[in-house]
Each structure stands twice: as C-alpha cells, then as structure tokens.
Write a protein that binds this ligand. Structure first.
Ligand code: T4K
Length: 371
C-alpha cells in the first residue's frame, strides 16, 4: 500500500529518527541477541513502567495476543460481558478462548460500556467483564469495579487506545485485574506492531512472561499451554526511541483536537465527545457524530465527500461487532439490546488525527465539514 501525495490519512505513524535507530540496531547486531527477553526488551519494559506510572508491564508482539493471554491467565470460562463498539480483536479474543461474548450497550458520553447495563447481562455462567477505553476515553472504572466485586467477576480492560491516559494523575491502566495495550503503527505510541499487558504484582508478571513464551519456566519446565507472543529486540529498540518523542506527539494531537472542537462546536448536527477536566487524554482518535437530519447530509455522504477531497477519515467503529457474521445470532446482539451503540456506529466518523497534521490540512478538513 502506497499513500498518495497530498492525501490526508486518518493517522500517520510516529517514526523514530533513522540515524538514532541505526545506532541502536548496531548494538543489537553486535550483541547477536535479537529476541527472547533481550536487553532492549528489558530496557523498554522499565522505561514504559516509568512513563506509564504502572508497577509491572509485559511486552507483547501485538495488541491482540495480550487480550487472549489475559483471558487464559485468569482462567476465564463461560460468558464474558463486553462492548460491541470496538475493534473486532476485543470480541475475537473472547471467542478464541472458547468463551461466549455477551454484548451490553454503551454510554454515549464516552462510548464505553454503560455500567447501568451490566448487571442485567450477568448470568450464573458469567466470569468476567471486558470493557474498552474506546478512543482512549476512560470507562467508568469505579462503577465497573464495584459490580465486579459484588458478583465475583474479573475485569480485563482492553486499553489498546489508552496509552498514557490518566485520571486524577493516576494511570487508567491500573484499573481492573489486567489491562492490555496496542502499539500498532496506527496508535499514539507504536513499535511497528506490538502491545503490552499491565498487571498489579510480580507473581502475575512472571506467569504472563511464561505464558507469552510457550509456558516455559526454564529450559525443561512448561507451566501451562503458553503461546509465542514475545516482542523482539529490533522493535523494542524502536520503541525506546519512540518513547522519547511521544509527549511531543500527544501535544501536537492536542492542538489539532482544540482546533477541531472550536471550529465544529457551532456546526448543527455535528457532535464531538466532551472532555473531563481531571483526565489526561492522549487524543488517539477524534470521532465526530453526524446527525443527518440536522446536518443535512448523512455520515456516509460526508465520509465520501471528504474522500473526494483526498481526506480519508475512518468509520471506527462501524459496523458494530455484534452485527458481524460470527456474532450476529447471539441473543445479546439484537438492535433492541444495543440502541445507543447502533446509533453511534451509524453516526461516527473519525477525523484525521496525528502529530504531523499541518494547520493548512486541519483547516481544509474543517472547511469541508462546515461547507
Ligand atoms: N483492541 C482495540 C480496541 C483495537 O482498536 C485494536 C486495534 C486491538 C485491540 C488490536 O491491537 P493490534 O493487534 O492491532 O495491535 C487499524 C489497526 O490495524 C488496528 O491496530 C487498530 N486497532 C484499528 C482500530 O485500526 P485498520 O485496518 O483501520 O488500519 P489501516 O491499515 O487501514 O490503516 C489506517 C490508516 O493509517 C491508513 O489509511 C494510513 C495509516 N497508516 C497505516 C499503517 C498500517 C500509515 O500511515 N502507515 C501504516 O503503516 O486497522
């Protein structure tokens, strides 16, 4: 895939300086240790713990495998309550663990799971809740935790979008039993492909580190049916460099978000998500919601119009996961169970949002929406 000149894409990867990367690659080459918990892997885990303000982290090869591994590690069985308004990986991870996803509706304020809808979805087979901090907007972690404790359920947060997000100065990644991150090229912070799991204690980290390395706990001991999802030294070195520039990238995104918000505030039929004062956001996505009657144009017509002007937004997350072939027959997948998620999926358009957008590009996007 080649991106044509003058095209404005929904995102653009944060890339480390090539000379600095070469210098680190030289170290990797000299060491002849290129994967399996090498020195860059260790350094990146330490650096990420410090940056993200979390006690323990385990690197993965993408953001899907920590979801799969989290469910395995907590021995989740039966039914898992989740959101249909996410990337397919969230629900696929539940299915790959032989569990049944049970969809609940979302809160229109943050596009995360609506805590008011969780209890009605709990059955004797429910063992876990898997919410998503969609677009990096924090879920209502306190209410979700209270419900989990009342019913003895585990909570695994898909925090793929929530790199660096904090509430009242505390990392959102500390919520629940485990949280997972994606470091995919399209994310605020990337290691090309990559991901991580955040946990509360050293014992759990040890177990997860075994599980991501086939279950090996030494040369001849296997503690369980693990998988291979280790991050290699090349991507860990790349990740160390990107960590140095991620704050600047988040700040550049923040400026774009401020401008979008200010320019679109008075456009009838266009809604943005509100921000809370005590949250440090990462501006990973900028979704707008198009009310066609008020705006005078459907979301899809606006999406096509932007495309005709070389502006490539994306309809994350349309269609809803619950409408996709593998899941559409579930009793929780009905439109009547998911009215808010359905409406938001039908109205959403994520505008281009990345650290390299120029003022001219941002103004051309705004002009196209304002008409
Ligand atoms: N949970 C959630 C909530 C997630 O959103 C995701 C992933 C996961 C779990 C799983 O994490 P990973 O296993 O992926 O680490 C993208 C990403 O592939 C995916 O990581 C992401 N969520 C999802 C929301 O979006 P696509 O199919 O939209 O990406 P693609 O290839 O169409 O790229 C979008 C645009 O980004 C391109 O038009 C241009 C730009 N781009 C992309 C790439 C890959 C670049 O400029 N350079 C690039 O190298 O899925």
């Amino acid at each position: 895939m080649v991106i044509k000149k003058d095209t404005i894409t929904v995102t653009s990867p944060l890339l480390p300086d090539l000379d600095a990367f070469h210098a680190l690659l030289k170290e990797v080459w000299d060491s002849k240790w290129i994967t399996n918990n090498g020195s860059f892997h260790k350094r990146l885990e330490e650096a990420l713990c410090a940056y993200l303000k979390v006690p323990y982290i385990s690197l993965f090869t993408n953001g899907t495998l920590p979801l799969l591994t989290a469910l395995q590690a907590l021995r989740i069985t039966g039914e898992v309550i989740t959101t249909p308004y996410s990337f397919v990986a969230t629900t696929h991870a539940i299915w790959w663990n032989g569990c049944k996803p049970v969809f609940v509706d979302i809160d229109p304020a943050n596009c995360g799971m609506d805590p008011d809808k969780i209890e009605a979805a709990i059955t004797p087979r429910t063992t876990a809740i898997m919410p998503v901090h969609c677009y990096g907007k924090p879920c209502d972690i306190e209410r979700i935790q209270a419900i989990a404790e009342r019913y003895g359920l585990k909570v695994i947060y898909d925090a793929a979008h929530a790199f660096g997000v904090e509430v009242k100065g505390k990392s959102i990644l500390e919520a629940g039993d485990l949280s997972t991150l994606s470091f995919h090229a399209t994310k605020v912070y990337n290691t090309v492909e990559g991901g991580a799991m955040v946990m509360h204690d050293a014992e759990t980290k040890k177990r997860i580190d075994y599980l991501k390395n086939f279950g090996f706990a030494g040369e001849t001991t296997v503690i369980g049916p693990g998988i291979n999802s280790k991050m290699d030294e090349v991507r860990a070195a790349y990740g160390l460099l990107n960590l140095r520039q991620v704050d600047a990238a988040i700040d550049a995104r923040r400026q774009v978000a401020i401008r979008y918000r200010e320019a679109l505030r008075d456009v009838p039929g266009i809604r943005c998500l509100d921000e809370q004062p005590d949250v440090r956001y990462n501006y990973s996505y900028f979704p707008i919601f198009v009310d066609d009657a008020e705006y005078g144009m459907t979301r899809d017509a606006l999406y096509e119009k932007l495309k005709a002007n070389n502006i490539f937004g994306r309809r994350y997350f349309y269609p809803l996961i619950s409408t996709l072939n593998p899941y559409k027959e579930y009793s929780s997948a009905t439109l009547s169970n998911l009215p808010i998620a359905t409406k938001m999926a039908d109205q959403v358009l994520c505008l281009p949002m990345h650290h390299e957008l120029t003022e001219t590009e941002v103004e051309s996007i705004i002009n196209c929406i304002q008409r």
